[in-house]
Design a protein around this ligand. Structure first.
Ligand code: GAL
Length: 808
């Protein structure tokens, strides 16, 4: 009896101890990963000797990364990036950071991780040259161990960034260490860089087989016997699988561990319910945990079908995607998690469920957010191969670097459940000659070496089977950009093949601008290589009546995608406006017109077309504004998912319009008189929505709205504050362009300002902005301290407006 009791006591103590050990290791990782973003020294311009330890950088500016020096510059039509590159300056910049390592860490491995530097970075540690990385979008790591000091002597890392040879991009690239940097300290025996690979080869609602392959490297001087213990946790932190394996790893060698888990009743990752599991692997040697790595993953299955298009976890659905470049408007290329999250929130609200990372590997934070928020990702590698699109682009580095860069992209991104398509290139010029075939096959082989669970596509221009990239047979999914007129003939042209519309639409719009009549289409620019004269104020119409000749109206492509079941979906060019490529215009225009959301994050009207088609929430959006000349003929449009809408002008019915399916918008042609326009939307005979717009008077007030009144006091979090210029009754004044000044007190600073105009040359880093078509935006950033923040907005002749928020 006594023995049994002691046995039970011991067993439960052991259990408690092991679960304490487990939860401790969950809470406190052994591997030390330091945020290495703060307190860098920066100097613009080339500086001889800045790679040397002894160099005096005391006069240099101190800043925190991520940092993009181009966005701080002045617009100029002669900046070498050209208007296509956003008309902002490039050049050479140097970064230096002094740091110490504790004596207690002596003997550990020390690595530095860069998520991305644009571009041609060269890096020195304590005067020792680590190497050059030309690709501006790739993540990479250097081993600092042999060159660092522990204890009292400090270490110096120096980074030269060279973005002087331009143009090297067809869009705004930004310049500098524009993504995050981390320092990692590990034991000499450790899980290798990107050394975890998680797949789910069998998935059903009852059971999932999870396969975790882990590379462990022994960088010590002697052979080591280690145990790799891996635990799978569900979203609540409960362990749902655990296994361990032992191996002897010789000095200098890497061993691979294959571990399998059966997860019962798995919660599948989906767009609406993006459930994440995590795998925690621990390296145990001599009964001590010496290294660990946590990798989130999802359990899901998906299929592209020749006839039925795309399905996720057995449920048919369309990929309703948008293409996105990497800039974050007024913040430039400098990545900020909250800024990306806001973009995704805005897009999700319109029913967007997929992102194409045009045309390069994204910041890892984008993929983390897509995993968490439920977006499908088409992860793209290149905008060019060996043949150049701009004079100094990546084609110059192709031969030496493409293999390494593509390998690193796949290794970094292959555990993300959101990633479901690899794209090996966008509009690659080799598609028109035989090298397209050989290079496509080579790239597909590289991808397959590291991941065989996702289809490969390439976004082609030439939609013919004779296209040498398509002909190569390397693509699992045929992707072509535009050519929507050929969708119907796809099954005949490509029998037995699967299809994704990798890029679509290229409609052109300026928020709040309208050219009438709304049913006459402008094809701008008439020639792709010549800027359009178009509107003298460099605007494009926000009725869906202006698009690039190679594209279509939003409605035209959307109807086809909805019509054909075999089309797995599309990626609209683009979700947000981006810096550079101001098609159809050139200078003074400097940012794109393609977005369904403007550069500042304000939706254009087309956004509501998608919201009405892609979401189930009731939508009734009417436009344009209601300030016109008396007697003018005005087209009023509605995007809605109501069955019918009745429009009233100053109380008088202007008629009922029904959604018939042949048009995705409703229209009334009215003779303008000032007053109130009211739309009443009915579903199944019942009024479900009403919307009113009215004629605005003169600007009388500034109305501020803060996206989140509470931000994290972490030095990185942001509050986006929208300023509306309104009349006495609170109606937006549609053409208001008041100059608004911002004053911030408390624990935040202005990170950027914008108004969504494609031709404004005001600086993005400033405490003032003109409103554009009634609106502007100020972005506040936490200064790292907790406290209250007060923003005052002032404009001549209007009372000050205030907003308060808290950093905690
Ligand atoms: C596509 C290209 C995109 C962008 C777009 C503008 O052909 O892939 O990068 O340039 O045109 O319409």
């Amino acid at each position: 009896m006594k023995t049994t009791y002691t046995f039970f006591l011991l067993a439960s103590m052991l259990f408690l101890l092991s679960s304490c050990e487990q939860s401790r290791s969950q809470l406190q990782p052994i591997r030390e990963v330091q945020d290495f973003d703060n307190a860098w020294k920066f100097q613009l311009g080339d500086t001889i000797g800045a790679n040397e330890i002894a160099f005096d950088d005391s006069n240099w500016r101190t800043l925190n990364l991520p940092h993009d020096w181009s966005i701080e510059g002045k617009f100029g039509k002669n900046n070498p990036a050209g208007v296509g590159g956003g008309a902002l300056p490039g050049g050479i910049g140097w970064y230096r950071k002094t740091f110490s390592l504790s004596k207690k860490d002596a003997g550990k491995m020390v690595y530095i991780d860069f998520d991305g530097i644009y571009h041609n970075s060269e890096i020195w540690i304590n005067g020792h040259y680590l190497g050059k990385r030309p690709n501006g979008y790739i993540s990479f790591q250097y081993d600092l161990t042999p060159y660092v000091h522990f204890g009292d002597s400090t270490n110096l890392i120096a980074v030269k960034v060279d973005n002087s040879n331009q143009p090297n991009s067809r869009w705004y690239s930004g310049s500098g260490i524009y993504r995050n940097v981390r320092l990692e300290l590990t034991s000499p025996v450790h899980i290798s860089h990107w050394g975890t690979h998680i797949t789910t080869p069998e998935v059903s609602n009852e059971n999932a087989l999870v396969q975790v392959t882990t590379q462990v490297t022994n960088d010590s001087k002697e052979s080591k016997k280690i145990t790799l213990q891996t635990t799978i946790y569900n979203k609540n932190g409960t362990a749902v699988g655990e296994t361990n394996n032992q191996k002897e790893i010789a000095a200098g060698e890497t061993a691979s561990f294959e571990q399998q888990f059966h997860v019962q009743q798995p919660e599948l990752w989906s767009i609406d319910s993006p459930t994440l599991y995590k795998s925690v692997s621990q390296v145990v040697s001599d009964n001590k945990t010496i290294d660990d790595k946590t990798v989130p993953f999802g359990i899901r299955y998906f299929k592209f079908d020749v006839n039925k298009g795309f399905s996720l976890n057995g449920v048919s659905m369309k990929i309703n995607g948008v293409c996105m470049h990497h800039d974050l408007g007024c913040l430039g290329a400098a990545i900020n998690t909250r800024a990306i999250q806001r973009q995704l929130e805005i897009l999700k609200d319109a029913g967007v469920n997929a992102i194409r990372t045009s045309h390069n590997p994204p910041a890892p934070e984008l993929l983390n957010l897509c995993d968490k928020m439920g977006f499908i990702v088409m992860d793209e590698a290149f905008d060019m191969w060996k043949k150049a699109k701009t004079k100094y682009d990546y084609s110059l580095d192709w031969d030496k670097w493409h293999k390494q860069d593509l390998t690193d992209q796949i290794l970094r991104d292959r555990n993300h459940p959101s990633v479901m398509i690899w794209s090996i290139g966008n509009e690659i010029l080799e598609q028109w000659d035989s090298t397209g075939t050989s290079i496509a096959r080579e790239l597909a082989d590289i991808v397959h070496q590291y991941d065989t669970t996702r289809p490969i596509t390439s976004a082609c221009n030439d939609p013919q089977p004779s296209n040498s990239i398509i002909k190569s047979g390397a693509l699992d999914l045929i992707g072509y950009n535009y050519h929507h007129q050929l969708y119907a003939s796809f099954p005949d042209s490509f029998p037995g093949q699967k299809f994704i519309a990798t890029e679509t639409v290229s409609a052109l719009q300026t928020r709040g601008s309208y050219d009438m009549p709304s049913d006459s289409i402008r094809l701008w620019p008439k020639r792709w290589d010549l800027p359009e004269k178009g509107n003298p104020d460099y605007t494009c119409s926000s009725y869906d009546n202006c698009h690039a000749p190679w594209g279509s109206t939003h409605e035209e492509t959307l109807k086809l995608i909805e019509k054909y079941g075999f089309l797995s979906g599309q990626f609209i060019w683009t979700g947000f406006d981006y810096l550079g490529e101001p098609t159809p215009y050139t200078w003074p225009a400097r940012s794109s017109y393609f977005g369904i959301v403007d550069l500042a994050g304000f939706p254009k009207d087309a956004y509501y077309l998608y919201q009405s088609e892609w979401t189930n929430k009731p939508v009734l959006h009417i436009f344009p504004h209601w300030n016109w000349k008396k007697g003018q003929t005005i087209d009023v449009w509605a995007y809605t998912n109501c069955d019918e809408v009745e429009l009233f002008l100053n109380g008088k019915s202007m008629g009922v319009r029904k959604k018939t399916g042949d048009k995705l918008h409703l229209m009334w042609r009215l003779t303008y008189e000032p007053g109130i326009l009211k739309a009443v939307g009915k579903k199944d005979g019942k009024v479900i929505l009403t919307k009113e717009i009215q004629t605005a008077g003169a600007p009388a007030k500034l109305q501020l709205s803060v996206d989140r009144p509470l931000i994290h006091a972490d030095g990185k979090d942001l509050a986006f504050v929208t300023v509306n210029v309104v009349d006495q009754n609170g109606t937006l004044v549609p053409h208001a362009d008041n100059l608004v000044h911002f004053n911030v007190s408390g624990d935040a600073f202005v990170a950027g300002v914008d108004n969504g105009s494609q031709i404004s040359h005001e600086p993005f880093k400033a405490n003032y902005r003109h409103a554009f078509n009634g609106k502007c935006l100020v972005v506040l950033q936490s200064d790292g301290k907790t406290g209250n923040i007060e923003l005052t907005a002032s404009a001549d002749g209007l009372p000050d407006a205030k907003a308060t928020l808290t950093a905690q």
